[in-house]
Ligand binder design. Structure first.
Ligand code: A3P
Length: 348
């Protein structure tokens, strides 16, 4: 029997007043519109609404594996780790097929409005008259079909990447599929998101870190409010199909993380396999690994060559970016948001 579609339960609203002004000041040229969605007011790009209900109703399979996170929290390294564990450490196959093709990125289509590629191209040409529009046109075409549609006919097991909060996923996701969620200290996430915003030139962010931080902690950046995102997953951490990890733990002790994730998936592994995978995931090797570092986009004029997708991989690096005023503001913000939860970030 066909499963019945349930209506997507959340309403969206446009940004207004000071929020709207703040966003427009920094991404005025980007034609994409931001919306607040649901009772927690998560920020999404307008194209998300085209597929929100399909994602919410996505038929799931017991073999589905989700790697979920607030963005820039160690998703990529976790994806590779999980994929290797569940694919008998097939390093050759991993080299041939980029991680972006081994995983379906559920909400990727929302990041560029496929109806407005002409505006992105026009803007890019103002900065560089020789701008090659081919990659953006290709991406625009690709994003017309969201991942949820492609996943419907994809072979099992399906590996799915998402930065959506748990409440936007199918409500019964944990009854059927497994979810590995990775969280990271918010100030390091903010710095990493800032660099990613500069990396993806199409976002046309104008401002320094201070302006970015202002957007981030006021929950005006994609898929913020940050703490609501984490708390939703944290509250589900005892579910047998949910594994909640911290970036700081995974990167500090990769062998322990590998063993923990293997146990979650019921996999028995040898110490040689642990050692080889730890080495494979080491940031120095990862940075050079063309299958995970998105290098193919480097020359496409979509990426700023001064930035990189796999960056420093350091914990506590935020200290180089926050002045005294921002440090105090961040401390208050973190304390306020941790008051009603036992979620705590590992000390580094
Ligand atoms: P930084 O920008 O602080 O360096 P995501 O994969 O969720 O986008 O997260 C990206 C962050 O994880 C970046 O942080 C990136 O450098 C870091 N990262 C990627 N691969 C890593 C690895 N193998 N070990 C440690 N950190 C890694």
């Amino acid at each position: 029997m066909e499963e019945q579609t349930v209506p997507f339960p959340y309403q969206c609203s446009e940004l207004e007043g000071e929020d709207k002004e703040l966003v427009e000041r920094t991404i005025a040229a980007n034609p994409i519109e931001l919306l607040r969605l649901g009772p927690k007011g998560y920020i999404v790009f307008k194209p998300y609404m085209r597929d929100a209900e399909n994602i919410y109703n996505m038929p799931l399979r017991p073999s589905d594996v989700f790697v979920a996170s607030y963005q820039r929290s160690g998703t990529t390294v976790t994806q590779e780790l999980v994929w290797q564990l569940l694919n008998d450490f097939d390093y050759e196959k991993a080299k041939e097929i980029p991680l972006t093709a081994r995983y379906s990125f559920l909400e990727e289509f929302m990041f560029i409005d496929s109806e407005k590629t002409d505006i992105y191209i026009e803007n890019a040409k103002k900065a560089d008259p020789n701008f090659d529009p081919t990659p953006i046109l290709m991406i625009g075409e690709m994003f017309k079909t969201p991942a949820s549609t492609k996943l419907a006919t994809a072979p099992s097991p399906r590996f799915i990447k998402t930065h959506l909060p748990m409440s936007f996923l199918p409500p019964k996701v944990l009854e059927t599929a497994k979810v590995v969620y990775i969280a990271r200290e918010p100030r390091d996430v903010a710095v990493s998101c800032y660099h990613q915003t500069l990396l993806f030139k199409v976002q046309q962010f104008e401002g320094g870190f201070k302006e970015f931080w202002n957007l981030f902690h006021r929950s005006l950046f994609t898929l913020t409010p940050f703490f609501e995102h984490l708390k939703e997953a944290w509250n589900l951490r005892h579910h047998p199909n949910m594994l909640f990890l911290f970036y700081e733990d995974v990167t500090k002790d990769k062998p322990a993380a590998i063993r923990r994730i293997a146990a979650f998936f019921g996999k028995t592994i040898t110490e040689e396999q642990v050692a080889r995978l730890s080495d494979h995931l080491d940031i120095k090797n990862f940075k050079k690994n063309k299958s995970v570092n998105n290098e193919e986009l480097k020359d496409s004029a979509l990426f700023d060559p001064k930035e990189s997708f796999i960056r420093k991989g350091k914990s506590g690096g935020w200290r180089d970016y926050f002045d005294e005023e921002m440090t105090q503001q961040a401390e208050r913000w973190i304390a306020d948001n941790l008051r009603d939860t036992d979620l705590r970030f590992p000390k580094v």
